[in-house]
Write a protein that binds this ligand. Sequence first.
Ligand SMILES: Nc1ncnc2c1ncn2[C@@H]1O[C@H](COP(=O)(O)OP(=O)(O)O)[C@@H](O)[C@H]1O
Ligand SMILES: [Mg+2]
Length: 385
Amino acid sequence: MKKINFSWNNRIGIGVMTGTSCDGIDISAVQFSGNSLSEFNVIISKSYPYPPEIKVFVNKCLTENVPIGDLSQFNYYISLVYGQSINQFIEQYLRLKPDFVAVHGQTIWHQPLSSDFFDKKVASTYQSINISALAKIIGLPVVGDFRAGDIALGGQGAPLVPIFDYYTFRSDKKSRVCVNIGGISNVSVIPKKCNLNEIIAYDCGPGNALIDFFTTEHFNKEYDENGEIARSGLFNKELFYNLIENDIYQQIQPPKSTGKEYYNNKFIHDSINLIPHLVNPKDVLNTLTHYTAYTIANNIKKYTDSSCEIIISGGGIHNQFLIDCLANYLRQYTINSTEQYGINPDYKESIAFAFLGYLFLNEENGNIPSATGANKETILGTLAI
Ligand SMILES: Nc1ncnc2c1ncn2[C@@H]1O[C@H](COP(=O)(O)OP(=O)(O)O)[C@@H](O)[C@H]1O
Ligand SMILES: [Mg+2]
């Protein structure tokens, strides 16, 4: 039987990320030098829009009992959508044939804390994609299913990007905290001179999720472009304090991870409904944006002081009002974008998944137990050829 023989030198991997926002597929081609894990070169990154039905379907899965037949079909459908975008990306932008593709899949459900199921306690996370089908569609080896191994070892299966943050942003001179503002926001605190197991990393709460949900519900748009609607509203103190009080996720100690199972329309309306009078939707959006920035800032302050450099990424970076609020809550800190370090902030996670695929193929551990809560380090992923 033919065995794929990967070596460390000059391998090109494609990383593919689709986050909880369901806004599209982010694809990055990355060349790994093989000299050290910190030496890689991003060849090119592109985004491909998702058909709008995907967001509707994924959001429906959070609140309704979706028929198993639909979930099965979605699993193949998403593989076709991935395949088409990856094929287009390779054809249009790459001269050299990539060695592998590493995919995240589309999260449908994330339940990292175990609960009773038949006679056992079971934790689970479900990223929809069929990597065997995808490998045939694109004619390349595909690494996927990165979260399961960590869950099996008692971890949250998340966050997985911190190992990439460590190899990319760790410094002997400066403590840094990487913040990604996707649908959910997460932090990786990387103290100066730290070892891998000294990283503190977890999902800190809402990223764009609450803002997106409310913008869609009241303004019939996918997101609040540049935060302009929120900026035009007024801050509502009562709602802000209701949100703080109701947000039990903020009271949990890390390791922890979350998703739209928690930060969704219900979360918003549970706080709005406590106010006896109507609140102007623009004011709600203003307050939700403030609240999102406030939780991110609070989580950063918990584990750092202002000498720590903040490095942000994710689609939330384009919401200027959110970033202004964040800067306001973190006045003493320096905030930079990953761009300053040659990493396009829209593609940090797709680059990180190429990195995770590279780790897998070199039989290197991918999880950080201090971040996920797993009982040991382990190789993450599965290969389809
Ligand atoms: N111009 C913009 N103005 C405001 N928000 C934006 C803009 N561009 C992107 N976003 C936000 O970023 C989100 C996508 O961010 P992304 O990092 O891709 O998240 P995920 O990883 O969850 O898919 C969008 O849903 C939207 O909320
Ligand atoms: Mg996205």
